[in-house]
Design a protein around this ligand. Structure first.
Ligand code: COI
Length: 368
């Protein structure tokens, strides 16, 4: 196929999850537990002349991937992914949010991980194909959606360390409720002092599986200390706040202004992050991307200058942060309630995504 040939062969499942079972799943999907009936796939190969191209676009029944044990992804972690969601609107149409930003970020990640770039039309069509086939899997509760996980893996069987010449791009989908389970409530965060997420020149700005693998030891520490997520700092820059294990962070100040850590090459450029910056400005708030240190977080909360802190991401949507735990020290109040600005931005964002609030920025793309 050529780069712009977006015809997907249809190999539809003959063993879809029965409607009753699917309804039971959709009643309480949680996050990342269940998967729909199909997967969209496009493969990439490099020919003898060294020319690479995307080919064999297809929709297949969801199921295990047959990989050669020598596949590069299994040894050198050459993998990238995206996180997106599909929302059903009141008229039955299905939409996704800022797909162009995800397509662009996938390709920035591809460049960093020496994977081939995927044409945006192919990316969009893969989402359309999968969501059209599995549209009965979209849950309808507050804050619920169909989570889409596009990803790209190096499939070539070769143990030399060089970019793989065979790659597979796939999309899977998973009905999703609140990432942290249950109702939206403030989560406590653990400050990672033993581990860093990313360093200058590293892969921190890419959405690469390896970044998340390297966050897990810190995440285990967080859970052992009663916290839900881990905060990474730049210890070589005055303990500047970077991001959480899987989400960006925002601070709301007493005067209504908002701050989020500036993109420094080590922080993921979250699509929700950039949307929150815009929504904050739409509310008339001054929103600044700058360095904010752990000390400023501590003194700001203690003096009442910082009134709310929240996390954001596609999976997390907007989640209020309760206490920050740094060793035996706690910053913030126990049993904190979700902040007013946090919840107002959350409901504005969800409103746009679900069609209840006007999409003045043209962020939505119709899938079905
Ligand atoms: C997302 O928010 O979509 C993410 O990818 C973060 C995490 C679930 C890995």
């Amino acid at each position: 196929m050529t780069a712009t040939d977006t015809q997907f062969a249809q190999h539809l499942s003959t063993q879809r999850v029965p409607a009753e079972e699917r309804a039971a799943i959709l009643a309480d999907p949680g996050f990342g537990n269940f998967f729909t009936d199909h997967t969209a796939i496009v493969d990439f190969r490099t020919d003898e002349a060294g020319v690479g191209g995307w080919r064999d676009a297809r929709l297949e029944p969801y199921g295990p991937i047959a990989l050669d044990p020598a596949a590069a992804v299994l040894h050198y972690g050459q993998e990238i992914f995206e996180g997106m969601k599909a929302y059903r609107h009141a008229d039955g149409s299905i939409w996704t949010f800022r797909a162009d930003a995800n397509a662009a970020r996938l390709n920035r990640s591809a460049i960093r991980l020496a994977l081939p770039q995927l044409p945006e039309e192919l990316f969009l069509e893969s989402l359309r194909q999968l969501v059209a086939a599995d549209q009965d899997w979209i849950p309808s509760g507050d804050g619920e959606s169909l989570y889409l996980r596009p990803f790209m893996i190096a499939t070539e069987a070769f143990l030399g360390v060089r970019p793989a010449r065979e790659v597979s791009y796939r999309v899977i989908a998973s009905p999703a409720g609140n990432y942290f389970g249950g109702e939206v409530k403030p989560v406590d965060i653990w400050v990672s002092r033993n581990y860093a997420r990313a360093g200058r020149g590293g892969t921190g700005a890419a959405k690469a599986g390896g970044n998340y693998a390297s966050s897990l030891a810190a995440q285990l520490e967080a859970e052992a200390h009663g916290c839900k997520q881990v905060l990474f700092l730049d210890q070589f820059n005055d303990n500047a706040v970077e991001e959480l294990g899987g989400m960006n962070v925002f601070f709301v100040y007493r005067d209504g202004s908002m701050v989020t850590p500036a993109l420094s090459g080590t922080i993921l450029e979250g699509v929700t992050r950039s949307s929150v910056i815009q929504l904050g400005r739409d509310r008339g708030a001054e929103v600044t991307e700058r360095t904010i240190t752990l000390d400023e977080w501590r003194t700001g909360v203690e003096s009442g200058e910082i009134t709310e802190v929240f996390a954001c991401g596609t999976a997390a949507v907007i989640t209020p942060i309760g206490r920050l735990r740094d060793g035996d020290e706690f910053i913030g109040a126990e049993n904190a309630q979700p902040g007013e600005v946090t919840m107002a931005i959350r409901s504005q964002l969800l409103g746009i995504q679900t069609g209840a609030v006007e999409d003045t920025h043209g962020w939505l793309t119709r899938l079905v």
